[in-house]
Design a protein around this ligand. Structure first.
Ligand SMILES: NC(=O)c1ccc[n+]([C@@H]2O[C@H](COP(=O)([O-])OP(=O)(O)OC[C@H]3O[C@@H](n4cnc5c(N)ncnc54)[C@H](OP(=O)(O)O)[C@@H]3O)[C@@H](O)[C@H]2O)c1
Length: 246
């Protein structure tokens, strides 16, 4: 029987991934992190045998210690997916030009989009070592690819996702040393209708396939379980299984 951990499980892609994993019989334990999600709490009431909720806020390193108790009950961890991410909030929109960039906007994006992957990696390394075929994935974005950048803008988001892709590359090297069967990847989920993307979707259906969170979760799970730890670890992989150049 397998165990999983999902960060950012309160809504959007993270919530859909959590539902998808809970419905798989082979997963006996699912730890899910949120900040204050009534939807996740409702889901947890339905799957109370399997799911454990913890509260994690990206900017609060100590909040990652809420994982310690639940992780200490496991013999190994088979799947860990970080879906925490931000693109905008009430006061901030992605920058269109350099004049809109501030030190705070860059540090905030790094804090939410890059750092949680590193902080959770510290917590799971020992359990990753003990699983037969562990998977550690973080939801990144194609816009974090330097070679794919044709339009510029979105400085903080692009920079924080490019940094996340480097964090994943580093972790893939370090985690390979403790478990040669382990897979460590960054994932591009495809354009998915969520609170994060909604303000930017006008006209998007003419350019991209638009996915529901449930479809994206199903796509990502299929991709993850068909990747090759040797060939694919350290890479940014798209929802359709294609590798995206860094
Ligand atoms: N949607 C897309 O088209 C798309 C495309 C490419 C990449 N992505 C990536 O996919 C991931 C998931 O995004 P989504 O589309 O599902 O958006 P979403 O619905 O807005 O979900 C974002 C998740 O991140 C959590 N989060 C945000 N700031 C946080 C913080 N400071 N501390 C802790 N948790 C925080 C949110 O928790 P709360 O519920 O507490 O806010 C939520 O669970 C992100 O990394 C995003 O960059 C999405």
């Amino acid at each position: 029987m397998k165990s999983a951990l999902v960060l950012g499980a309160g809504k959007g892609i993270g919530l859909a991934l959590t539902k998808n994993i809970l419905l798989k019989d082979e997963f006996k334990t699912v730890i899910a992190s949120h900040r204050d999600s009534s939807e996740l709490v409702k889901l947890s009431e339905k799957f109370s045998e399997k799911i454990k909720l913890v509260k994690i806020t990206a900017s609060d390193e100590k909040s990652f210690n809420t994982l310690d108790l639940e992780l200490s009950k496991l013999n190994s961890l088979d799947l860990c997916i970080n879906s925490i991410g931000t693109l905008h909030d009430d006061n901030t929109r992605p920058e269109r030009q350099i004049s809109e960039v501030t030190s705070d906007s860059i540090s905030w994006a790094i804090k939410v989009n890059t750092t949680p992957t590193l902080l959770v990696a510290k917590k799971i390394k020992e359990l990753f070592k003990k699983s037969n075929n562990p998977i550690f994935a973080s939801i990144s974005a194609k816009v974090g690819s330097i070679s794919d950048n044709a339009t510029g803008g979105w400085y903080s988001y692009r920079i924080s996702k490019a940094a996340l892709n480097m964090a994943i590359k580093n972790l893939s090297i370090e985690f390979k040393r403790v478990n040669k069967n382990g897979l460590v990847v960054a994932l591009h989920p495809g354009t998915t209708i969520t609170d994060l993307s909604k303000p930017f979707l006008k006209g998007a259906s003419k350019k991209y396939t638009l996915h529901s969170s449930d479809d994206t979760a199903a796509n990502l799970m299929t991709v993850l379980f068909n990747l090759d730890p040797v060939k694919d670890s350290g890479h940014l992989i798209s929802w359709n299984g294609n590798k995206i150049d860094p």
